[in-house]
Design a protein around this ligand. Structure first.
Ligand code: ATP
Ligand code: MG
Length: 353
C-alpha cells in the first residue's frame, strides 16, 4: 500500500515553537526518511474561517506566514506538496457527503470540539461550520488516502472521528476510503508544549508563544521572563522540575552536545535537574542555558525564513503548484466516492443515469 502523509495548520497566525516540536519537526524527519510516497501539507484556511468568518483578511495574510514557517523549518517543496485548502473545492463536497454519516451527539462528545467551544465562548451560538470541522478534517485526510497524520496530541479525538467515518463509509458503500494512523512525537515534553506563562498549551489564541520568526533578542527576553517554580525564591531553595516550563522546554529542545558547548560543568540534563531539585541552582542560570539552546535551534530556521522572505514570488508559485497537484488527487478520490455512493451520473461518457 502507498504510504501517504497528510497534515496541516490553520493560518490564524505565525507558527510557534509548540507547533515545531509538536508536529513540524516530525514532518521534516518523516519527509527526509524517504519512507513516504506522497506528502501533503495543508494550510487550512477554510477551517480557520469557521471561527474567523468576520476576519477573512487575517486568514489571507497568514497563509504566506505559515508557508514561510514551513519552508524555514525544512519542508522541501520538491518532496512535500504544500496546498491551500480552499483551492480544492472537492474537499467541501466530500465533507457534505460525510456529514450524513455522523450524528450531532457524536460531534458534541468530541473532547477537542468541547474544549475549543469553551475557549471561544461559543456555548450559546456555535457556528454550524465550526461544529462540523472534525468532519471536514476527515475529508481532508481521506481525500489524499493518507495513511499517516503527524499532529499534536490535541488532535487525537479528530483522528478517532475520522476513523469512524472511514469505517461507516466503507461499511455502507463498499471499501473505498483508507484508514489513517496518528503519528505523535516520541518525546513526552513535545506532546503539548506549555506557554511561556506556564499555561497548559502554547497557543496563538492565548498570546503565550515564542514564534519561529521571533528575532533573537525577543526570544531571549521571552525566555528570561518565563514562568518557573513559584516557590523557588532564593538560589539555595530546592526547586521543582515537574511542570516547570523552563525544564519542559529543555526536555523538548536540548541535545546532549549543548552541555559541552554552553554548560560544560554539567554532564547532562539529569545532573542539572538534580541540582535544581537539591537547591543551589538559580533560575537565571538555567534560563541563560535554555536561551543558548533555543538560539542554536532557532537561528538556522530564522535564517532560512529570511531567505524565503526575499523570494515571495517563488513561495506563491510553490503554493499554486502544490494546490493544483493536490486538486488532481482529490478529484480522483471524489470520483471514487461518487462511484461507491452510486451518484456518478453520466460518468465515463454514459448516456443514461
Ligand atoms: P489556534 O489557537 O488558532 O487553534 P494553535 O496554536 O492551536 O492555533 P493549530 O493550527 O490549531 O495551532 O495546530 C496546528 C498543529 O500544531 C496541530 O497538529 C496541533 O496539535 C499542534 N500544536 C499546536 N499547539 C501545540 C503545542 N503547544 N504543543 C504541541 N503541539 C501543538
Ligand atoms: Mg488549535
Amino acid at each position: 500500500m502507498k504510504q501517504v502523509i497528510l497534515t496541516g495548520d490553520r493560518p490564524t497566525g505565525r507558527l510557534h515553537v509548540g507547533h515545531y516540536v509538536g508536529s513540524l519537526k516530525e514532518r521534516v524527519e518523516l519527509q527526509n526518511s524517504g519512507q513516504y510516497d506522497e506528502i501533503y501539507i495543508m494550510i487550512a484556511d477554510a477551517q480557520a474561517l469557521t471561527d474567523n468568518a468576520e476576519h477573512p483578511e487575517k486568514v489571507r495574510q497568514n497563509i504566506v506566514q505559515v508557508a514561510l514557517d514551513y519552508l524555514a523549518c525544512g519542508i522541501d517543496p520538491n518532496k512535500s506538496t504544500i496546498l491551500i485548502q480552499s483551492m480544492i473545492p472537492e474537499l467541501t463536497e466530500l465533507t457534505f457527503y460525510y456529514m450524513n454519516l455522523v450524528t450531532v451527539s457524536r460531534v458534541q462528545r468530541n473532547p477537542t470540539v468541547k474544549a475549543e467551544i469553551q475557549m471561544r465562548n461559543f456555548e450559546a451560538s456555535i457556528p454550524v461550520g465550526f461544529f462540523c470541522y472534525p468532519i471536514s478534517q476527515a475529508a481532508d485526510i481521506t481525500a489524499f488516502h493518507a495513511t499517516a497524520v503527524p499532529v499534536g496530541e490535541d488532535q487525537m479525538p479528530m483522528l478517532e472521528q475520522c476513523k469512524e467515518i472511514v469505517h461507516k463509509f466503507n461499511a455502507t458503500y463498499g471499501e473505498t476510503l483508507t484508514e489513517p494512523q496518528i503519528v505523535l512525537p516520541q518525546n513526552q515534553a513535545c506532546l503539548r508544549l506549555p506557554g511561556i506563562d506556564g499555561k497548559a498549551k502554547m497557543s496563538k489564541s492565548l498570546g503565550n508563544c515564542i514564534y519561529l520568526s521571533d528575532e533573537a533578542e525577543d526570544v531571549r527576553k521571552k525566555i528570561m521572563s518565563m514562568f518557573t517554580d513559584p516557590n523557588h525564591l532564593r538560589v539555595e531553595d530546592p526547586g521543582k522540575v515537574e511542570g516547570n516550563p523552563v525544564f519542559i522546554y529543555l526536555d523538548a529542545f536540548c541535545r546532549p552536545e549543548y552541555f559541552a558547548g554552553f554548560l560544560p560543568e554539567y554532564s547532562g540534563l539529569d545532573e542539572l535537574k538534580a541540582h535544581y531539585e537539591r537547591g543551589g541552582l538559580g533560575d537565571v542560570k538555567v534560563k541563560k542555558f535554555l536561551n543558548n539552546v533555543m538560539q542554536a535551534e532557532l537561528s538556522p530556521i530564522r535564517e532560512r525564513r529570511k531567505y524565503w522572505e526575499a523570494r515571495l514570488p517563488e513561495v506563491y508559485e510553490i503554493l499554486k503548484e502544490g494546490s493544483a497537484k493536490a486538486k488532481k488527487t482529490a478529484e480522483k478520490t471524489l470520483a471514487e466516492v461518487r462511484h461507491a455512493m452510486q451518484i456518478d451520473y453520466f460518468a465515463d461518457g454514459r448516456m443514461e443515469i
